[in-house]
Write a protein of this length. Structure first.
Ligand SMILES: Cc1cc2nc3c(=O)[nH]c(=O)nc-3n(C[C@H](O)[C@H](O)[C@H](O)COP(=O)(O)O)c2cc1C
Length: 303
């Protein structure tokens, strides 16, 4: 059975996508993930200038997920772009370049260099909760301004990654970025959260606050994807559903909410075989019910 999907003309051999950042930027790691079965791989977000990121500890596991406050550590921009160029050559499938910036001008500068490295798509990370300042994705006008600033310098389909932090404004933000030129929406990034070490009476992460991912994020992400689908389905804007996906049933749930492809992040940390397992489980489910992948997308919206 074919699990191939197309996102704005870009062919993915299957709907699973390595989510941004979880495994870093090394071209060899991205190749290993693609070879392990992912339909596409996303780089760690590439920023406008060198950044140290936060001191350790930057990751903590809890019962049903992970908190991270890596703080977007970045090498100099030229080095990141060179890494991206190598990844595009090495990976025999679609590489998505994720980028971030502090201002719309930053995003434009990074986007123009990254686009020249010929990734299959460019993803705007306007939703990271772990850097100083605001999350642009919480504000429709600010989000639209960033999309507008990069649109004419990006030759590829443009993905905009949204935040689950305010589920009540996510429809407005989705509409605003689509009107400003987004081709695809990715939802969601991590959710601001905290874990306190009760023995020490202090937050575990050096940054105190972190972004939550993994199983606990899944129902929130499903709701976000469901809402975004209601808002943008008419405009034919595909959604990449991300948040807590670790099985075929999780992936199908995300697609029934409206996603055309599914990002996998935290689950990858338990082993790269997750992609093959998700795909085998999806295939078994679809075959048993005589359904095609396309029929599943948005299925939960039926009355
Ligand atoms: C350690 C770590 C680093 C991440 N780095 C990035 C990043 O650089 N850019 C980005 O857009 N999202 C980043 N994310 C968020 C993931 O791409 C994803 O949106 C989120 O983890 C939810 O998916 P999951 O529950 O499958 O992990 C990171 C997540 C983790 C756990």
């Amino acid at each position: 059975m074919s699990l191939e999907v197309r996102l704005c003309g870009v062919r993915l051999r299957n709907p699973t996508v390595l989510a941004a950042g979880v495994l870093g930027t090394s071209p060899h790691i991205l190749k290993r993930v693609y070879d392990a079965g992912a339909g596409a791989v996303t780089t760690k977000s590439i920023g406008p200038r060198e950044r140290e990121g936060h001191p350790n500890p930057v990751v903590v596991e809890f019962e049903c997920g992970l908190l991270n406050a890596v703080g977007l550590p970045s090498p100099p921009l030229e080095e990141s772009v060179e890494n991206l160029r190598r990844a595009v050559k090495l990976v025999k499938g679609s590489v998505i370049a994720s980028i971030y910036g502090e201002t719309a001008a930053d995003f434009r500068h990074v986007a123009s260099l990254v686009s020249e490295a010929e990734p299959a798509m460019v993803e705007l990370n306007i939703s990271c909760p772990n850097v100083e300042g605001r999350i642009p994705a919480l504000n429709p006008a600010e989000s639209a301004k960033i999309v507008g600033a990069v649109r004419d310098v990006v030759k590829q389909p443009l993905i905009v990654k949204l935040s689950p932090t305010d589920t009540f404004t996510i429809k407005e933000v989705a509409r605003a970025v689509v009107d400003a030129g987004a081709d695809v929406i990715a939802a969601v990034n991590t959710m601001p959260a905290m874990v306190i070490d009760v023995d020490f009476g202090r937050p575990v992460l050096s940054n105190r606050r972190g972004g939550m991912s993994g199983a606990a994020l899944r129902p929130i992400a499903v709701r976000c994807v469901y809402d975004i689908y209601e808002e943008v389905a008419d405009a034919n804007v595909p959604i990449i559903g991300i948040g807590g996906v670790s099985s075929g049933r999780d992936a199908l749930e995300m697609m029934m909410a409206g996603a055309s492809a599914v990002g996998v992040g935290t689950a990858v940390l338990k082993g790269l075989d997750v992609f093959k397992r998700i795909l085998a489980e999806m295939e078994e489910f679809l075959e048993k019910r005589c359904l095609s992948l396309a029929e599943v997308v948005g299925m939960a919206h039926g009355r």
